[in-house]
Each structure stands twice: as C-alpha cells, then as structure tokens.
Write a protein of this length. Structure first.
Length: 114
C-alpha cells in the first residue's frame, strides 16, 4: 500500500487559483494511476482528474480547461492546478492511487468564497 499526503488547500475567492499537491511514499512511476476526487458539503464524492504512469490525463467535464493534473517523478508528487475556481467547487479534495488496491490520502479542504 502507498501513503498519500495532500497539501495546498485553503480559502480562495471565486475566480482564484490553488495548486494541490499529493506526495506518495513510493516511486510514482510504479503506480498505474493517480488522481483526485472531491466531496462538497452534502454531496457525494466526485471524480475530478487522473494521470497514468504514461502521462495520460483525464478530467471530469466540469473542470476541463480550468484544472491541470501533472506529476513530478523526481519528487514522487502529483499536482492539481485549479484555476477559475467556483464556489460550488468547495469541498475536501482527496488524492488517490491505484496500487494493487485503491489508496487514499486524508484530504485537503478547499473553500471558494468571497
């Protein structure tokens, strides 16, 4: 199993930007897929983005053109750059990895509010 530690959440105004980080306890080149989910207050957990070990990216339609997932193999870290944030995107953002089994981080809070 891999340990995942997220960081980078916080309070941002609508239209603002944040970059989330997810540091893994193993070499991320050994992980098939990593990505992000989010869960807003009173909402179900929603898949947001993924990146494979080959660099293939995927996004939920609502964030296409605004969010970018990337990876730094030397730091064993995956990032989620979020631009033009909206209030409805407030929630806890979770990093995940498919590494034999589904592995999850503890989550980082993102609040989009004026």
């Amino acid at each position: 199993q891999v340990q995942l530690v997220e960081s980078g959440g916080g309070l941002v105004q609508p239209g603002g930007s944040l970059r989330l980080s997810c540091a893994a306890s193993v070499r991320i080149l050994s992980i098939n897929t990593m990505g992000w989910y989010r869960q807003g207050p009173g909402k179900q957990r929603e898949w947001v983005a993924l990146i494979t070990r080959f660099g293939i990216e995927g996004y939920v339609d609502s964030v296409k053109g605004r969010f970018t997932i990337s990876r730094d193999n030397t730091k064993n870290t995956v990032y989620l750059q979020m631009n033009s944030l909206k209030p409805e995107e407030t929630g806890v953002y979770y990093c995940y990895a498919i590494y034999g089994t589904d592995c999850w981080g503890q989550g980082t809070q993102v609040t989009v509010s004026s």
